[in-house]
Design a protein around this ligand. Structure first.
Ligand code: ADP
Ligand code: MG
Length: 341
């Protein structure tokens, strides 16, 4: 089995690398202004802001005063002032409609294997965007990740899929089955999937950033990044009410990085999110997905998956920018994701 691994730094290293990286990353992203330029923000406050994900002016511009106060203990007046200054100093990137249309023309669509499921999101999972599948255990989230990792290689010959696996559910054996089902060369398909196991949320976030190295340093044509599961580590690590804001901010930052890279390098991001199927607590209400509005906001497409009759699965599209809310059935078999009937 030829599985290549992305370099996986040790946990301690992850921390120091993150600390070193963040201020630098800011300078690269916005050379003119950083959060250090905000009035009344000293080194200590800046550190606190960065630690919970407020690492650039945009994140502050869109924050609420309460979030900044929670993160730093600063006063209400200062929090409001920072937000106002961040907003006024940001160059809002307006793009004309025709430029946008030109960019939309570059969008490629990755196929799941089920025509109905592809049609639900406009003909396949889009590059340049984040698609989230949430649903209970066994609803098919991971199988779709495997299918996309294989099928993206049919879109372009040298296409690379990156699989960030947080729950140890990536199976090369399944990739072989799916590759055979799609009529692709199994060895080749396996070689073109780069898998990394993420051991905690910081590691997961770092791996997402590292995708850019694969593109820039190794020259790989990354077409797909799977984060399966997006939320499991976050949920496990941030327990209790006091930690909710921090969890949301980190998750927000993680998604921001993924969204930015997806846009910049025109790859598809597919993330999974497990929800509980406790009938007394949960009736398929999408707001119950972990990460709530943060994930909802960052994802361009959200699909809610559930088990249907006779082993089928049902996917429901939730608040998409240009597609009607709709559902379809599909099923998973040995060779892939298939249409029902
Ligand atoms: P989750 O949503 O928890 O990630 P999965 O994507 O792992 O769930 O889906 C697991 C389901 O996929 C199984 O319950 C089974 O129905 C189906 N499945 C997995 N492997 C196979 C296989 N080799 N043949 C047929 N169905 C399979
Ligand atoms: Mg899974």
């Amino acid at each position: 089995m030829e599985q290549e691994l992305i370099e996986m730094p040790l946990e301690a290293e992850v921390e120091t690398k993150r600390k070193k990286r963040e201020p630098k990353m800011e300078k690269e992203a916005t050379p003119e202004k950083t959060i250090y330029d905000l009035p009344g923000v000293g080194a200590a406050t800046a550190e606190k802001l960065i630690a919970v994900g407020f690492s650039d002016l945009m994140s502050i511009a869109v924050a609420t005063p309460a979030e900044l106060i929670d993160a730093t203990g600063m006063g209400d007046a200062l929090a409001k002032k920072l937000i106002a200054v961040a907003r006024s100093s940001l160059e809002m990137g307006f793009e004309s409609g025709d430029e946008l249309l030109k960019r939309r023309e570059k969008v490629q669509r990755l196929h799941t294997g089920s025509k109905a499921l592809d049609a639900l999101v406009g003909g396949g999972f889009e590059t340049g965007a984040i698609t989230e599948c949430f649903g209970e255990f066994g609803s098919g989230k991971t199988q779709i990740g495997h299918a996309l990792a294989v099928n993206c290689q049919a879109v372009e010959k040298d296409a690379i899929a990156v699989y960030i696996d947080t729950e140890n559910t990536f199976r090369p054996e399944r990739i072989i089955q799916f590759a055979k089902g799609a009529g692709l060369d199994e060895e080749q398909v396996l070689r073109n999937i780069k898998v990394a196991r993420a051991y905690n949320s910081d590691h997961q976030m770092l791996l997402a950033e590292k995708v850019e190295d694969l593109i820039k340093k190794q020259g790989l044509n990354v077409k797909l990044v799977v984060v399966d599961s997006l939320t499991a580590h976050f949920r496990a690590e941030f327990i209790g009410r006091g930690t909710l804001a921090e969890r949301q901010q980190k998750l927000n930052k993680h998604l921001h990085i993924l969204a930015k890279l997806a846009d910049k390098h025109n790859f598809c991001v597919y993330v999974t999110n497990q929800v509980m199927a406790k009938p007394d607590m949960f009736f398929g209400d999408p707001t119950q997905a972990i990460g709530g509005h943060i994930v909802a906001h960052a994802s361009t497409f959200r699909l809610y998956l559930r088990k249907g009759k006779k082993g089928t699965r049902v996917a429901k599209l939730i608040d998409s920018p240009s597609m009607p809310e709709a559902e379809c059935g599909f099923y998973v078999d040995e060779s892939g994701i298939k249409d029902t009937e």
